[in-house]
Design a protein around this ligand. Structure first.
Ligand SMILES: Cc1cc2nc3c(=O)[nH]c(=O)nc-3n(C[C@H](O)[C@H](O)[C@H](O)COP(=O)(O)OP(=O)(O)OC[C@H]3O[C@@H](n4cnc5c(N)ncnc54)[C@H](O)[C@@H]3O)c2cc1C
Length: 415
């Protein structure tokens, strides 16, 4: 058998496993994840009110259920097992660890309570066990910095009513927090022009359909070009009739230069191309400006990714997904890329009589590291679905202890 380890069970890792299974008849694939639960940003990034997109988890789940695949959840590579150890146990190792660190603006005031990165906020409203609630209340005005779909997600979740969020798997804590904020204005601010915005038309247009919110373009005369996004913004600018309690303002050509406030955020300061500065009052600001890959054991990223040549880092070590190319593209982008990388691996892999799964099990047992296998993950899944309640489709466990309890796989490791 050819022994393969994939680190990360997000779309990149699962699609790669699927492609490798198709191409290599004697591939045995182990997929590791630091969390007890799989699917990466499908579970913890994709917006909870977009269950249609999250449904791709079923496709990924089928990969984990395959005979020649084993899931090792709750195993952090770098902490529980070293990358070099995996390299000695497997013929091929692939980093599919995503890009989970929020890119920073590096401007004054970024640490103020009320200012946070989109990974922290979207992770929290999706129930990620490592993310904390925003430490503020009484948000009347929010600033969302960035002109991609994550900025739209953040604005939409802030703008939707509880009724509109029913049926989602938004965390109950996030629902209570959102319900208690008296939000009146949301400002989506981009550094460049509307024509440069990276929104997709469908996501953008959805903002025009919300019950209590209306999108407004602050300077419609600046809308140049004919793309679908600019056309949608023009429609927003023309459609002035709806009387609503919340306004979503689009600003372009504004560069953030400081978060202002004494002990918490009070405003965000921007500079326009002519050098003039302007302040937007805000108690809450979310930067949606991208993500960087974290180190994984000895592997260190440069410029937010693991340096690679078409997915290859060095002999027997590869990289896929956001860890390879940075935070761009959609979930299907990872599938196409996985097919390409699997072909490359299939051409290069040699069976090296390495112990693979048997060896890793022995090592984890020896270290008393409990892992969540596929059956245990399905128990977590079933328990989350069973406790959904009301109209919600799932109520996620938001602590590792709860997940491991539901997994019935092991005891928590000693501190
Ligand atoms: C807020 C947000 C919303 C999005 N919405 C959409 C959308 O609506 N539609 C769409 O097509 N795309 C969307 N995307 C993009 C999509 O989520 C990504 O394209 C995709 O998840 C990238 O896949 P990945 O496998 O590279 O990374 P990830 O999904 O991040 O998976 C990486 C996995 O690696 C694991 N891991 C990391 N480090 C370690 C380690 N040391 N040891 C073990 N495991 C580790 C992580 O726990 C995680 O499970 C969104 C992204 C974000 C951030």
């Amino acid at each position: 058998m050819k022994q393969m380890a994939i680190i990360g069970s997000g779309p990149a890792g699962c699609y790669l496993a699927d492609s490798l299974l198709r191409l290599i008849a004697d591939a045995s694939i182990d997929i590791f994840d630091r969390l007890p639960v799989p699917f990466g940003l499908v579970r913890y990034g994709v917006a909870p009110d977009h269950q249609g997109t999250k449904a791709v988890a079923r496709v990924l789940d089928r990969v984990l259920s395959r005979d020649r695949v084993s899931f090792f959840g709750n195993v952090d590579v770098g902490r529980d097992i070293r990358l070099e150890e995996l390299m000695s146990l497997y013929d091929v190792v692939v980093l599919a660890t995503g890009a989970s660190r929020d890119r920073r603006l590096n401007i004054p005031g970024e640490e103020l309570p009320g200012a946070l990165g989109s990974g922290a906020f979207t992770g929290w409203y999706n129930g990620h066990p490592a993310q904390q609630p925003p430490a503020i209340q009484c948000v009347r005005s929010a600033v969302v910095i960035g002109n991609g779909n994550v900025a739209i997600d953040v604005a939409r979740i802030l703008a939707k009513t509880s009724a509109e969020l029913a049926g989602s798997d938004l965390s109950p804590d996030a629902m209570s927090w959102l319900e208690s904020q008296p939000i009146e204005t949301i400002h989506i601010v981009g550094r460049r022009t509307a024509a440069d915005a990276k929104f997709t038309q469908h996501e953008l247009a959805e903002l025009g359909t919300l019950q209590r919110a209306r999108p407004i373009v602050v300077d419609p005369t600046g809308l140049s070009g004919n793309g679908a996004v600019v056309e949608t913004l023009r429609n927003f600018a023309q459609n002035k009739s709806r009387n609503v309690s919340l306004r979503i303002y689009f600003h372009f050509n504004l560069t953030p230069i400081a978060f202002l406030g004494d002990d918490r955020l009070g405003a965000v300061q921007f500079r326009s191309p002519d050098g003039a500065t302007t302040e937007i009052s805000a108690q809450f600001a979310v930067t949606c400006i991208g993500y960087e890959t974290r180190p994984c054991g000895v592997a260190n990223p440069t410029n937010g990714i693991f340096p690679n040549e078409e997915g290859k880092i060095k002999d027997r070590l590869y990289v896929a997904g956001w860890a390879k190319r940075g935070p761009s593209g959609t979930i299907p982008t990872n599938r196409g890329e996985a097919q390409f990388l699997a072909q490359k691996i299939a051409q290069e892999v040699l069976a090296g009589a390495r112990p693979g799964r048997a060896g890793v099990r022995q090592l984890l047992e020896h270290r008393q590291i409990c892992w969540v296998d596929y059956a245990a993950w399905r128990r977590i899944d079933a328990a989350e679905l069973a406790r959904a309640g009301g109209q919600r489709c799932r109520t996620k466990f938001t602590s590792l202890a709860e997940m491991l309890d539901a997994a019935q796989a092991c005891q928590l490791r000693p501190a």
